[in-house]
Structures are given as structure tokens and as C-alpha cells.
Design a protein around this ligand. Sequence first.
Ligand SMILES: CC(C)(COP(=O)(O)OP(=O)(O)OC[C@H]1O[C@@H](n2cnc3c(N)ncnc32)[C@H](O)[C@@H]1OP(=O)(O)O)[C@@H](O)C(=O)NCCC(=O)NCCS
Length: 197
Amino acid sequence: MVLTDVIFIFLWKTLFILRYICLSCLIVGKLVNLKPFGLEDFEFLYKWNNDEEYVGKFEPFEEVSREELRDWLISVKIGLEWFIIETKQGEKVGQLVARRKNDGVINIGYRVIPDVRNQGFCTAAVNTFVEHAFKNLKMVKVTAETNPKNFASRRVLTKVGFKEVGYKEKSVEINGIWLEGILYELTFEEWKKNTDN
Ligand SMILES: CC(C)(COP(=O)(O)OP(=O)(O)OC[C@H]1O[C@@H](n2cnc3c(N)ncnc32)[C@H](O)[C@@H]1OP(=O)(O)O)[C@@H](O)C(=O)NCCC(=O)NCCS
């Protein structure tokens, strides 16, 4: 066993322990729960993030090795930012990533496995996360960015109450070609107004 494996196992165990200490990290929603990723999710993430359809045609697809995935998972912040989208029966159906940009602003991205798309899982996950971001994390704004032709993603954001606020000519580079992006945001005030009504 090489030193990097020892460090990896140590970090995973630490993550595992922290996860169980911090059960409140599970974000409970009506249709889905958002579970901070743990060791038990490794195979799910490995399988699906190597699936071109899961990644979708609006994000660069590159096969990820187990080692790369390990490094990727270790390098993220514990519990707060990476979530597995789970049904109420505990079935893993996707992932939601949230990155804090600067004070009070958090940006989200998401993927749902192809077989269960168009059943409301992503909308439910984003709704659940948004509520958590405003109520518990005290964020002032949640943002997202998507390709103009990614109609499913745009529909998700619209259903949750996000508004289009901008356009980016060069958003994502895929095989040397730059794709444009539409910027969306949902402020705390807008969200509160929508939920109060
Ligand atoms: C985007 C994505 C996460 C949506 O997940 P999902 O669980 O299917 O989303 P939901 O079921 O909550 O909502 C999808 C909505 O888009 C609509 N939709 C799907 N395809 C559509 C299309 N081609 N044109 C218009 N609307 C479409 C669905 O009808 C549904 O709206 P409705 O509830 O009003 O009928 C999923 O398609 C995905 O993983 N895509 C690949 C990765 C990706 O693009 N991620 C986003 C990057 S920004």
C-alpha cells in the first residue's frame, strides 16, 4: 500500500465519521432527500459520471478514472457542497453540486440519471436545496448557468422560480468549441415572496 492510499483511506474514514456525527447534513425534501456524498456513493458516481448521457451534451464529457474521482471527491468540502439526490425509498437518482462563490451567493449544478428523467426529481432537488440555502445557510442568492438549448434544465429553474439575468457568450468549452450560457438567479426576497403566496 502506498502513502497516497493510506492518506485516502484516512480521509475517507474521517469523512465517514463526520458524516454520521453530522446527521443533520441530510437535507429532507418532500419528493427527494439530498444526502452529502459518502463512501457508499463512490460506485454510483463512478458509473454515472462515465456515462455520456448522464453528463449531457452541454457539458464536456471526459472519462474519469477511479483515482481521479477519489481526488475529486477528497478535494471538495465536507458535506456542504456535494449531494446525492435520493428518492424517499433511498434510491440514488442523481447529484446536485453547490459551490459558494462569494458572500451569500451559491451556484448550483445537477444531473439526473436518464431512466428517471421528467419525473420531477431535479425540480424537487433544486427546490429542496434552495430552501436549505435560504433558511439554513442564510444565502442571499442562488445562481445557475445553463445552455440556451438545455430546455429541461431551463424548465427546472423556471419551475423553481429562478429568473434569467444574463447571457455569457463563452460559457463552456466542448472539444474546442465554446458554447453560450444563460445566467439564472433566485434571490431570497423573490423566493420568500413566492413561498408566502
Ligand atoms: C436537466 C436535468 C437534470 C433535469 O432533470 P429531471 O429530473 O428530468 O427534471 P424534472 O423532471 O424536474 O423537470 C424537467 C422538465 O423539463 C421538461 N423538459 C424535458 N425535456 C424538455 C425539452 N426538450 N423541451 C422542453 N421541456 C423539456 C420536462 O417536461 C419537465 O417539465 P414539466 O415538469 O413542466 O413537464 C436532466 O435532464 C439531466 O440530468 N440532464 C443532463 C445533465 C444536465 O444537462 N444538467 C444541467 C446542466 S446546467
